[in-house]
Design a protein around this ligand. Structure first.
Ligand SMILES: [Zn+2]
Ligand SMILES: [Zn+2]
Ligand SMILES: [Zn+2]
Length: 263
């Protein structure tokens, strides 16, 4: 059955160390604006009675409680950096509630890293305590059909590494990247909502900046764009004042509804 609409909840909009950053006394880390409090980067996609998680951050438990998440039918991984995977153990309550295994999807290299990092989950030795019950799936470029909605992997450059964003319905989520390869641009045309990495203003070897992501938005021309994976260089309110009206900073708890139809 076709998915008519889906909701996207931003669980975290922060960079790998989060904002506030431990020990930092800068204006953004001390800000009272709740939009300047950024947990590690992740979104939750809901349609019908299904819930799909993109990345399981070290803050996942807190994020799931805050967003009232009651189901996780699958997890899609953009890549295996610590800020995107370290909450994986905290999916156990969904195993208990839902029964059965939770499928997780990633590119081969990143699934291997997850298996190495969480060796106790994937080991054949029977554990005396509970471990997440998961089924691993490796994707390449083919769309992944999850309960009637296609998630299209979008290859991205993250410094020298390769990671993936995902296009689904009229939205796409492109966290950590320094470049969008030419062949991926075609997958991103005609979007209603585009999430993009924009770490800060200053250049970074593995992340896009506000300026670079504004260029990507200019080329891809989505109706609306939201920057994410933001560090403490960017104050929410002051940064938005410099941006065109259809480009905003994502913030933790932001919820959007988009069409599930492919454009
Ligand atoms: Zn990251
Ligand atoms: Zn700071
Ligand atoms: Zn990364």
């Amino acid at each position: 059955m076709a998915v008519e609409s889906l909701s996207i909840t931003v669980l975290g909009s922060g960079t790998s160390v989060g904002v506030p950053t431990i020990g930092c006394h800068c204006a953004v880390c001390r800000s009272d604006d709740p939009r300047d409090k950024r947990l590690r980067p992740s979104i939750y996609v809901r349609y019908g009675d299904r819930g799909i998680l993109i990345d399981s951050t070290p803050d996942f438990r807190q994020q799931a409680l805050r967003a009232g998440i009651e189901r996780v039918e699958a997890i899609l991984y953009t890549h295996s950096h610590a800020d995107h995977i370290m909450g994986l153990d905290d999916v156990r309550p969904f195993n208990f509630r839902q029964g059965g295994v939770i499928p997780i999807y990633g590119a081969a290299e990143h699934i291997e890293n997850i298996q190495r990092c969480f060796h106790y989950i994937f080991s054949n030795h029977k554990s005396e305590s509970s471990v997440p019950r998961l089924a691993t799936h490796v994707f390449d470029s083919a769309p992944i059909d999850l309960f009637g909605l296609e998630f299209v992997p979008v290859r991205l450059c993250h410094g020298r590494g390769t990671v993936h964003g995902f296009r689904f319905g009229q939205a796409a989520y492109l966290t950590d990247h320094s470049d969008i390869p030419e062949e991926s641009m075609g997958l991103l045309a005609g979007l209603d909502v585009l999430f993009l990495d924009a770490l800060r203003h200053r250049p970074h070897p593995t992340h896009s900046t506000v300026e670079r992501s504004l260029e990507s938005v200019g080329r891809l021309a989505p109706k609306r764009a939201f920057f994410t994976h933001i560090c403490h260089d960017l104050a929410h309110a002051a940064t938005e004042q410099m941006l065109p009206p259809h480009v905003r900073l994502a913030y933790d708890g932001l919820e959007l509804t988009v069409s599930g139809a492919r454009g």
